[in-house]
Design a protein around this ligand. Sequence first.
Ligand code: GUN
Length: 283
Amino acid sequence: MTGKLIDGKVIGQEIRDEIKERVTALKEHGCQPGLAVVLVGENQASRTYVRNKQKSSSEVGMKSELIELPVTVSEKELLDHVTRLNNDDSIHGILVQLPLPDHIDENLVISAIDPTKDVDGFHPENVGKMIIGQKAFLSCTPYGIIKLLERTDTEISGKHAVIVGRSNIVGKPMGQLLLQRDATVTYCHSKTKDLASFTKQADILIVAIGKTKFITDEHIKEGAVVIDVGMNRDENGKLCGDVDFESAKTKASAITPVPGGVGPMTITMLLKNTLHSAEQASA
Ligand code: GUN
Protein backbone atom coordinates (compact mmCIF):
# COMPACT_ATOMS: atom_id res chain seq x y z
CA MET A 1 0.00 0.00 0.00
CA THR A 2 1.26 3.51 -0.75
CA GLY A 3 -0.12 6.01 1.70
CA LYS A 4 -2.14 9.02 0.59
CA LEU A 5 -0.54 12.30 1.63
CA ILE A 6 -2.39 14.26 4.33
CA ASP A 7 -1.51 17.79 3.24
CA GLY A 8 -1.47 20.15 6.23
CA LYS A 9 -0.39 23.05 4.03
CA VAL A 10 -3.56 22.84 1.92
CA ILE A 11 -5.95 22.05 4.80
CA GLY A 12 -4.35 24.73 7.00
CA GLN A 13 -4.71 27.31 4.22
CA GLU A 14 -8.40 26.42 3.74
CA ILE A 15 -9.05 26.98 7.44
CA ARG A 16 -7.01 30.21 7.49
CA ASP A 17 -9.07 31.49 4.54
CA GLU A 18 -12.22 30.84 6.60
CA ILE A 19 -10.62 32.59 9.59
CA LYS A 20 -9.67 35.59 7.44
CA GLU A 21 -13.29 36.04 6.35
CA ARG A 22 -14.49 35.99 9.95
CA VAL A 23 -11.74 38.44 10.99
CA THR A 24 -12.90 40.82 8.24
CA ALA A 25 -16.50 40.54 9.49
CA LEU A 26 -15.40 41.22 13.08
CA LYS A 27 -13.36 44.24 12.01
CA GLU A 28 -16.46 45.66 10.30
CA HIS A 29 -18.07 45.50 13.75
CA GLY A 30 -15.13 47.46 15.20
CA CYS A 31 -13.13 44.59 16.71
CA GLN A 32 -9.73 43.52 15.40
CA PRO A 33 -8.59 40.26 17.00
CA GLY A 34 -5.27 40.79 18.81
CA LEU A 35 -2.63 38.19 19.65
CA ALA A 36 0.24 38.92 22.05
CA VAL A 37 3.31 36.70 21.86
CA VAL A 38 5.85 36.78 24.68
CA LEU A 39 9.33 35.56 23.78
CA VAL A 40 12.04 35.19 26.41
CA GLY A 41 15.70 34.75 25.44
CA GLU A 42 17.49 33.80 22.25
CA ASN A 43 16.37 30.19 21.58
CA GLN A 44 16.57 30.01 17.76
CA ALA A 45 13.80 27.43 17.33
CA SER A 46 11.47 29.56 19.51
CA ARG A 47 12.37 32.67 17.45
CA THR A 48 11.44 30.87 14.23
CA TYR A 49 8.13 29.59 15.67
CA VAL A 50 7.25 33.05 16.97
CA ARG A 51 8.11 34.73 13.66
CA ASN A 52 5.83 32.28 11.84
CA LYS A 53 2.99 32.82 14.34
CA GLN A 54 3.24 36.58 13.88
CA LYS A 55 3.39 36.36 10.09
CA SER A 56 0.32 34.09 9.96
CA SER A 57 -1.67 36.28 12.34
CA SER A 58 -1.09 39.39 10.24
CA GLU A 59 -1.94 37.45 7.04
CA VAL A 60 -5.45 36.81 8.39
CA GLY A 61 -5.80 40.46 9.46
CA MET A 62 -5.16 40.14 13.18
CA LYS A 63 -3.17 42.57 15.26
CA SER A 64 -0.06 40.99 16.67
CA GLU A 65 2.10 42.28 19.49
CA LEU A 66 5.54 40.82 20.21
CA ILE A 67 7.00 41.25 23.68
CA GLU A 68 10.68 40.29 23.55
CA LEU A 69 12.38 39.90 26.92
CA PRO A 70 16.02 39.12 27.73
CA VAL A 71 16.95 35.71 29.11
CA THR A 72 17.77 37.47 32.41
CA VAL A 73 14.20 38.76 32.88
CA SER A 74 12.89 38.08 36.38
CA GLU A 75 9.81 35.94 37.01
CA LYS A 76 8.11 38.98 38.55
CA GLU A 77 8.75 41.14 35.46
CA LEU A 78 7.40 38.42 33.18
CA LEU A 79 4.30 38.04 35.38
CA ASP A 80 3.80 41.83 35.25
CA HIS A 81 3.72 41.66 31.45
CA VAL A 82 1.15 38.87 31.59
CA THR A 83 -1.02 40.92 33.97
CA ARG A 84 -0.81 43.96 31.68
CA LEU A 85 -1.88 41.81 28.68
CA ASN A 86 -4.71 40.22 30.71
CA ASN A 87 -6.07 43.74 31.29
CA ASP A 88 -5.60 44.99 27.71
CA ASP A 89 -8.97 44.87 25.88
CA SER A 90 -7.27 44.97 22.46
CA ILE A 91 -5.55 41.64 23.20
CA HIS A 92 -7.70 38.49 22.86
CA GLY A 93 -4.97 35.85 22.88
CA ILE A 94 -1.82 35.60 25.00
CA LEU A 95 0.91 33.12 24.22
CA VAL A 96 4.10 32.74 26.24
CA GLN A 97 6.52 30.78 24.06
CA LEU A 98 7.98 27.74 25.84
CA PRO A 99 10.49 26.68 27.01
CA LEU A 100 11.25 29.43 29.53
CA PRO A 101 14.66 29.82 31.23
CA ASP A 102 15.28 27.58 34.26
CA HIS A 103 14.89 30.36 36.83
CA ILE A 104 11.27 30.91 35.80
CA ASP A 105 8.45 28.60 36.93
CA GLU A 106 6.60 27.75 33.70
CA ASN A 107 3.50 26.48 35.52
CA LEU A 108 3.23 29.72 37.49
CA VAL A 109 3.41 31.80 34.31
CA ILE A 110 0.87 29.67 32.43
CA SER A 111 -1.52 29.82 35.40
CA ALA A 112 -1.20 33.63 35.46
CA ILE A 113 -2.68 33.95 31.95
CA ASP A 114 -6.39 34.82 31.94
CA PRO A 115 -8.00 31.47 30.93
CA THR A 116 -10.31 33.36 28.53
CA LYS A 117 -7.18 34.56 26.65
CA ASP A 118 -5.21 31.30 26.93
CA VAL A 119 -5.19 30.51 23.21
CA ASP A 120 -2.49 27.84 23.68
CA GLY A 121 -4.94 25.88 25.86
CA PHE A 122 -2.26 25.25 28.50
CA HIS A 123 -3.97 26.83 31.54
CA PRO A 124 -5.07 24.17 34.08
CA GLU A 125 -8.66 25.48 33.84
CA ASN A 126 -8.73 24.85 30.09
CA VAL A 127 -6.99 21.48 30.44
CA GLY A 128 -9.50 20.40 33.11
CA LYS A 129 -12.52 21.57 31.10
CA MET A 130 -11.18 19.81 28.00
CA ILE A 131 -10.90 16.53 29.90
CA ILE A 132 -14.50 16.64 31.13
CA GLY A 133 -15.73 17.70 27.69
CA GLN A 134 -16.67 21.29 28.52
CA LYS A 135 -16.02 24.16 26.12
CA ALA A 136 -12.37 25.19 26.45
CA PHE A 137 -9.42 26.37 24.44
CA LEU A 138 -7.80 23.25 23.04
CA SER A 139 -4.05 22.78 22.79
CA CYS A 140 -3.24 23.77 19.20
CA THR A 141 -1.30 20.74 17.93
CA PRO A 142 -3.80 18.05 19.03
CA TYR A 143 -6.69 20.29 17.92
CA GLY A 144 -5.00 20.66 14.52
CA ILE A 145 -4.58 16.88 14.25
CA ILE A 146 -8.29 16.38 14.95
CA LYS A 147 -9.03 18.83 12.10
CA LEU A 148 -6.66 16.91 9.78
CA LEU A 149 -8.50 13.67 10.60
CA GLU A 150 -11.93 15.28 10.18
CA ARG A 151 -11.13 17.00 6.91
CA THR A 152 -9.71 13.79 5.42
CA ASP A 153 -12.87 11.89 6.51
CA THR A 154 -10.85 9.60 8.77
CA GLU A 155 -13.21 7.66 10.99
CA ILE A 156 -12.28 7.96 14.68
CA SER A 157 -15.18 6.31 16.51
CA GLY A 158 -14.42 2.70 17.45
CA LYS A 159 -10.88 2.90 16.07
CA HIS A 160 -7.77 2.07 18.05
CA ALA A 161 -5.60 5.18 18.37
CA VAL A 162 -2.07 4.65 19.64
CA ILE A 163 -0.18 7.71 20.82
CA VAL A 164 3.58 7.60 21.15
CA GLY A 165 4.58 10.43 23.52
CA ARG A 166 2.97 11.77 26.70
CA SER A 167 3.82 15.49 26.80
CA ASN A 168 1.36 17.95 28.33
CA ILE A 169 1.28 19.88 25.05
CA VAL A 170 0.66 17.04 22.57
CA GLY A 171 0.44 13.43 23.77
CA LYS A 172 -1.83 13.75 26.81
CA PRO A 173 -4.44 16.12 25.30
CA MET A 174 -4.34 14.18 22.00
CA GLY A 175 -5.49 11.02 23.73
CA GLN A 176 -8.31 12.86 25.50
CA LEU A 177 -9.62 14.45 22.29
CA LEU A 178 -9.63 11.07 20.53
CA LEU A 179 -11.31 9.40 23.53
CA GLN A 180 -14.08 12.03 23.39
CA ARG A 181 -14.60 11.02 19.78
CA ASP A 182 -15.03 7.39 20.88
CA ALA A 183 -11.63 6.01 19.92
CA THR A 184 -9.98 3.34 22.05
CA VAL A 185 -6.77 5.01 23.16
CA THR A 186 -3.38 3.55 24.10
CA TYR A 187 -0.54 5.74 25.34
CA CYS A 188 3.06 4.65 24.75
CA HIS A 189 6.19 6.45 25.93
CA SER A 190 9.93 6.12 26.47
CA LYS A 191 9.50 3.39 29.14
CA THR A 192 7.08 1.29 27.07
CA LYS A 193 8.44 -2.21 26.51
CA ASP A 194 8.10 -3.74 23.03
CA LEU A 195 6.73 -0.54 21.47
CA ALA A 196 6.06 -2.19 18.10
CA SER A 197 3.63 -4.67 19.69
CA PHE A 198 1.40 -1.67 20.55
CA THR A 199 1.94 0.53 17.49
CA LYS A 200 1.17 -2.42 15.19
CA GLN A 201 -2.36 -2.50 16.64
CA ALA A 202 -3.03 1.13 15.72
CA ASP A 203 -5.68 2.16 13.21
CA ILE A 204 -4.54 5.72 13.92
CA LEU A 205 -0.91 6.15 14.99
CA ILE A 206 0.19 9.51 16.38
CA VAL A 207 3.89 9.99 17.01
CA ALA A 208 5.29 12.82 19.13
CA ILE A 209 8.57 11.70 20.69
CA GLY A 210 11.24 13.94 19.13
CA LYS A 211 13.39 11.09 17.76
CA THR A 212 14.42 11.34 14.12
CA LYS A 213 12.83 8.71 11.82
CA PHE A 214 12.23 6.42 14.83
CA ILE A 215 9.02 4.81 13.55
CA THR A 216 9.38 2.59 10.46
CA ASP A 217 7.21 0.15 8.47
CA GLU A 218 7.94 -2.45 11.17
CA HIS A 219 5.87 -0.45 13.67
CA ILE A 220 2.86 0.02 11.41
CA LYS A 221 -0.22 -2.07 10.60
CA GLU A 222 -1.19 -2.27 6.93
CA GLY A 223 -3.73 0.52 6.24
CA ALA A 224 -3.08 2.62 9.37
CA VAL A 225 -3.36 6.42 9.34
CA VAL A 226 -0.03 7.84 10.51
CA ILE A 227 0.35 11.34 11.97
CA ASP A 228 3.89 12.60 12.56
CA VAL A 229 4.28 15.45 15.05
CA GLY A 230 8.11 15.31 15.02
CA MET A 231 10.19 18.29 13.95
CA ASN A 232 13.83 17.20 13.82
CA ARG A 233 16.93 17.76 11.68
CA ASP A 234 18.59 14.76 10.07
CA GLU A 235 22.37 14.31 9.64
CA ASN A 236 22.30 16.66 6.61
CA GLY A 237 20.38 19.35 8.49
CA LYS A 238 17.17 18.57 6.60
CA LEU A 239 13.86 18.92 8.46
CA CYS A 240 12.30 15.51 9.18
CA GLY A 241 9.82 13.87 11.49
CA ASP A 242 9.74 11.08 14.08
CA VAL A 243 8.49 8.74 11.32
CA ASP A 244 10.66 7.39 8.52
CA PHE A 245 8.28 8.64 5.81
CA GLU A 246 9.54 6.55 2.87
CA SER A 247 9.40 3.34 4.89
CA ALA A 248 6.09 4.10 6.66
CA LYS A 249 4.19 5.08 3.52
CA THR A 250 4.54 1.53 2.18
CA LYS A 251 2.17 0.38 4.96
CA ALA A 252 0.05 3.46 5.81
CA SER A 253 -3.23 4.26 4.05
CA ALA A 254 -2.62 7.95 4.77
CA ILE A 255 0.33 9.81 6.28
CA THR A 256 1.43 13.36 7.11
CA PRO A 257 4.74 14.64 5.70
CA VAL A 258 7.30 16.71 7.61
CA PRO A 259 7.38 19.56 6.82
CA GLY A 260 3.87 20.36 5.58
CA GLY A 261 1.77 18.05 7.76
CA VAL A 262 1.00 18.87 11.40
CA GLY A 263 3.17 22.05 11.58
CA PRO A 264 0.92 24.36 9.54
CA MET A 265 -2.12 23.11 11.50
CA THR A 266 -0.67 24.13 14.89
CA ILE A 267 -0.38 27.78 13.86
CA THR A 268 -3.79 27.66 12.17
CA MET A 269 -5.51 26.47 15.35
CA LEU A 270 -3.76 29.20 17.35
CA LEU A 271 -5.41 31.71 15.02
CA LYS A 272 -8.74 29.90 15.31
CA ASN A 273 -8.55 30.08 19.11
CA THR A 274 -7.65 33.79 18.95
CA LEU A 275 -10.54 34.50 16.59
CA HIS A 276 -12.89 32.60 18.90
CA SER A 277 -11.69 34.61 21.88
CA ALA A 278 -12.27 37.89 20.03
CA GLU A 279 -15.74 36.77 18.91
CA GLN A 280 -16.63 35.93 22.51
CA ALA A 281 -15.30 39.30 23.72
CA SER A 282 -17.31 41.26 21.16
CA ALA A 283 -20.53 39.22 21.52
N1 GUN B 1 6.82 25.60 22.45
C1 GUN B 1 6.69 24.57 21.56
N2 GUN B 1 5.43 24.48 21.13
C2 GUN B 1 4.74 25.47 21.73
C3 GUN B 1 3.38 25.89 21.66
O1 GUN B 1 2.53 25.33 20.96
N3 GUN B 1 3.07 26.98 22.43
C4 GUN B 1 3.98 27.61 23.21
N4 GUN B 1 3.57 28.64 23.94
N5 GUN B 1 5.23 27.23 23.30
C5 GUN B 1 5.61 26.17 22.55
